[in-house]
Design a protein around this ligand. Structure first.
Ligand code: NDP
Ligand code: MG
Length: 391
């Protein structure tokens, strides 16, 4: 059996670690090229050594001495900084996991696509910022994008053998997050610790908070449009507290295909890893008789203002996705830093969208990495200002 060359960007995170868990179960099948991380040098080095990676890269230049020390004598190359991440993405691999969190995943993701590889995309932010650019780059270089987000993996699986023209609607589900059952007036007082625990999924801190605010689902609505090329009005969100139905595809003949599975990211990661085959995966099997009942409700728009913002962003088009994502990332930074309250995150993003929407010179400029990076920077500044004005 020939070994598959693989790289994992964001290897030290929640998705990265779940990917490594699957790789380690069948390590002889994989030749690991690059692993990348950020601040967690110990984890990065330990995994790079255990998986015999060619190179380990930390995003932070100042951490290079630590990484070098941790890799001493192992034969694994150490590198650091943004340029090193990009270089790692040019190293030939058959399958690359894009699991850096945030817009920082865009540039390495684009570079990976340029080598015509298969990119398993967990980093939804890059599709929200620059979906058209990613898709075009993939097309131009004969690369393939496979979804890793559970909802999008579910839709992708529901579309096997189907024409996208036969699709009437796509429904992605949302658990409702940590505050689903909280009285609306209590939300503004929600603390960081309260927002950082998810009822069903075990994920990185940022996406967990984004699940409580529904910013995660807002990004996923845009991700659905970019990935599958459907119109915004074809995309629906359904609150489903059990997180067992991940998505549903509605066809023109009225059929609705639902994808069910335990809330375990190793399903979607494993599907992308083995695609187009299906292989055994270490995920729990659902016992529907035991579960008995599944619940669905329409999302409460007052509770989750971020959702409407996603539709407004798609309506405006251009580079508004990059504005939205950057404003959201900054608002989340400020919430984590204790500078704004939970409900103020959506107020900040609303203010940024309103202020930047009219700047058509910017918003309607070509979708290049440079323009997206510039817009991202401006939107973060605008978010900082909008937050400061509230204090
Ligand atoms: P984590 O926060 O757990 O991990 C993020 C990874 O990115 C870590 O390896 C981290 O390094 C690294 N990283 C952080 N900042 C930077 C940076 N500026 N440059 C380069 N690398 C960086 O996130 P998750 O694994 O939860 O999420 C990763 C992506 O997958 C996100 O886009 C998320 O939306 C998406 N996703 C996640 C799901 C989940 O279940 N967790 C489900 C669906 C999608 P370090 O930790 O060493 O600092
Ligand atoms: Mg998801």
């Amino acid at each position: 059996m020939t070994m598959r060359k693989i790289s994992i960007f964001g290897a030290t995170g929640s998705i990265g670690q779940n990917t490594i868990d699957l790789i380690r179960r069948d390590q002889r099948a994989y030749d690991v090229v690059a692993l990348t991380g950020g601040a967690n040098i110990a984890r990065l080095a330990a995994d790079a050594i255990a998986l015999k990676a060619d190179i380990a890269v930390t995003a932070y230049e100042e951490r290079l001495p630590d990484l070098r020390a941790a890799l001493e004598g192992s034969g694994v190359e150490a590198a650091a900084g943004e340029a090193a991440l990009i270089e790692a993405a040019t190293r030939p691999a058959d399958w690359i996991m894009s699991a850096i969190v945030g817009a920082a995943g865009l540039a390495p993701g684009l570079k990976a696509l340029e080598q015509g590889t298969t990119l398993a995309l967990a980093n939804k932010e890059s599709l929200v910022c620059a979906g058209g650019l990613l898709m075009q780059t993939a097309l131009r270089h004969g690369a393939r994008l496979l979804p890793v987000d559970s909802e999008h993996s579910a839709v992708f699986q529901g579309l096997v053998g189907e024409e996208i023209s036969a699709v009437e609607r796509i429904i992605i589900t949302a658990s409702g997050g940590a505050f689903r059952d909280w009285p609306l007036e209590d939300l503004q007082k929600a603390t960081l610790a309260e927002a950082s625990s998810h009822p069903n999924w075990d994920m990185g801190q940022r996406i967990t908070i984004d699940s409580a605010s529904m910013f995660n689902k807002a990004l996923e609505v845009i991700e659905t449009k970019e990935f599958f090329g459907v119109a915004p009005e074809q995309i629906e969100v359904l609150v489903h507290p059990e997180s067992m139905v991940h998505a549903l595809v509605g066809f023109r003949d009225g059929a609705l295909m639902a994808h069910l599975g335990a809330p375990d990211m190793r399903h979607a990661i494993g599907y992308a890893l083995h695609w187009p085959e299906r292989k055994d995966l270490p995920v729990a099997r659902l016992d529907l008789a035991e579960i008995g009942q599944l619940n669905f409700t329409a999302p409460d728009t007052a509770r989750y203002p971020a959702l409407q913002q996603a539709y407004d962003v798609m309506q405006r088009g251009g580079l508004m996705g990059a504005v939205f994502n950057a404003a959201k990332e900054k608002a989340l930074d400020l919430f984590i830093a204790g500078q704004i309250g939970f409900t103020e995150m959506a107020e900040v993003t609303a203010a940024v969208l309103e202020r930047m929407e009219a700047q058509s010179g910017l918003i309607d400029s070509a979708m290049t990495l440079d323009n997206v990076t510039e817009i991202d920077h401006l939107a973060r500044q605008e978010a900082e200002r909008a937050a400061a004005e509230r204090r």
